[in-house]
Design a protein around this ligand. Sequence first.
Ligand SMILES: Nc1ncnc2c1ncn2[C@@H]1O[C@H](COP(=O)(O)OP(=O)(O)OP(=O)(O)O)[C@@H](O)[C@H]1O
Length: 577
Amino acid sequence: MSRLTTEPLWRMVALARPRGARFALGVLLGALATASGVGLLATAAWLLATAATHPPITALSVAVVATRALGVSRGVTRYLERLVTHDAAFRTLADVRVRVYERLARTEPIRRFRSGDLVSRLVNDTDATQDLLVRGLTPPLVSFLVGAAVVGLSTALLVPGGLLLATGLLLAGLAVPLVAAALGKGPGARQAAARGELSSSLVDTLYGAPDLVAYGAMDQAVRRVKRADGELTRIARRDAALLGFGAGASALVAGLTVWATLLLGVAAVEDGTLGPIPMAVLVLTALAAFEVVAPLPAVAARLGSVRASGARLFDVLDTESAIGGTDSAEILPEGDLALKVRDLRMRYGTDEPWALDGIDLDLEPGRRIAVLGPSGAGKSTLASVLLRFRDPDGGTVELGGTAITAYPADEIRRAISGVPQDPHVFASTLRENLRLARPGCTDEELWSVLERVRLAEDVRAMPSGLDTEVGSHGTRLSGGMRHRLALARALLSAPRILVLDEPTTHLDPETRDVVLADLLDAARGCATLLITHDLTGLSEMDRIYVIVAGRVVQQGSHAELLGTEGWYRRAHGLASR
Ligand SMILES: Nc1ncnc2c1ncn2[C@@H]1O[C@H](COP(=O)(O)OP(=O)(O)OP(=O)(O)O)[C@@H](O)[C@H]1O
């Protein structure tokens, strides 16, 4: 890739390409608005200077009308410019957000990023794109177009005046912004990362508060938040100082140029090379011309931080998808589907050991199987391959006789639903948490599925029933209720295969037995794959696969395995025979 195509600023601008026509219209309207402003002052200067010579009123009427027209056009075109560029920028922002979310959905939950930092990337760094497009793209183009026109007009009036104005505009519109950009580069580059650090340390502290208090580590965590906040405040102060420098330097150049133009003009009037009226126009046009370049130093000072935000945004967008076939439009056949896994191999990197090292297993419609194994055996990895969060590195996984990699991930997840170890419950009502799986479903269907997972009685006892707010992460529900809710949600999506990944792992032993029995009961009739490291509920399974270090070391029914020498018997505390 060339340097241009890897430069974050350029890539951010390129994101707006589909909205190119709207941005071009925005530049045109911006140029008209700014030109109207300059024209208004130039016409007003002519009008005032001419009026001072007491001409007949008819000599002024065209200029009076022009002043009015330019005043109106300045307001209207500025309004339209804002409307068009913001509309184009917000549309681009929406496109970018969708791309970021799609990337996150395709990548196995992005473990590289801490949650607070990821939120900062999604919100602040994505917003920087809008900042660049609205403030960093249109104003420089408008300044260039209108600046050139004003210099042309001034040169036509008085050549040295035009040259002086060109020099002043280049200083205020190019040299000052370049200095501001150079000074802002370092702090700007640190700003986005500092915002991410503050956000993640805050999120960690808030979510980990009970543990931090329990271990007496709260002070340390708060100090970390304060440090991150202090760094961000220092950067913000430098940013403000830089903005002040840019505005001050620009105003100084503008003032000096206008004074110099005035002196030049007076000399030219004395020489007789310029009339007094054009002299007034020349000076006031020079004053107006600096309004054209006024926004540029502030834009340049922010480029460093916008660039760093862009780099963080593309860090997410460039994350390799862990799965292929995302463009496929294949549809799964209706009806029951058999799952067939053959010689499945998967590892997390070419230098990593095999997490799955040749797994074979079968799940026929309506049957129930368990995958049992110690921690680190590869059970969750198997679930993530089945749910298409990752692709196999070898072997096949077939659903209804076709490899799952031939289907888009969403299609597979329509057929295979999972209840993860730690199901996420959204800070909303029970109804909304359930309807996530099937948006149009009726209350009757919700109650029916709640009955199935034995949650209906608890929900009826709540004063607001289905409208009960469950709190952030479902904190107002017990662990067992959260798992039942997650299963209800999975069942609502009417899956053909249900993957229960250690569904009761965080519960106490007694609750675990009851919840698991209820979950299996509720899932009756649906092909079920139970992933577990404990021995609860295994006698209910049609077949049990024991996995150790990514390989199936034993398989059979509960009774068969108990009767066979090996891992399963030992795990049940039975001595060798
Ligand atoms: N995202 C990852 N990146 C690198 N290695 C990973 C990743 N996830 C898991 N592993 C490794 O793959 C192997 C299998 O892990 P996996 O989580 O599938 O085991 P598990 O049987 O589900 O364990 P547990 O019961 O503790 O959840 C382990 O050696 C683990 O360290």
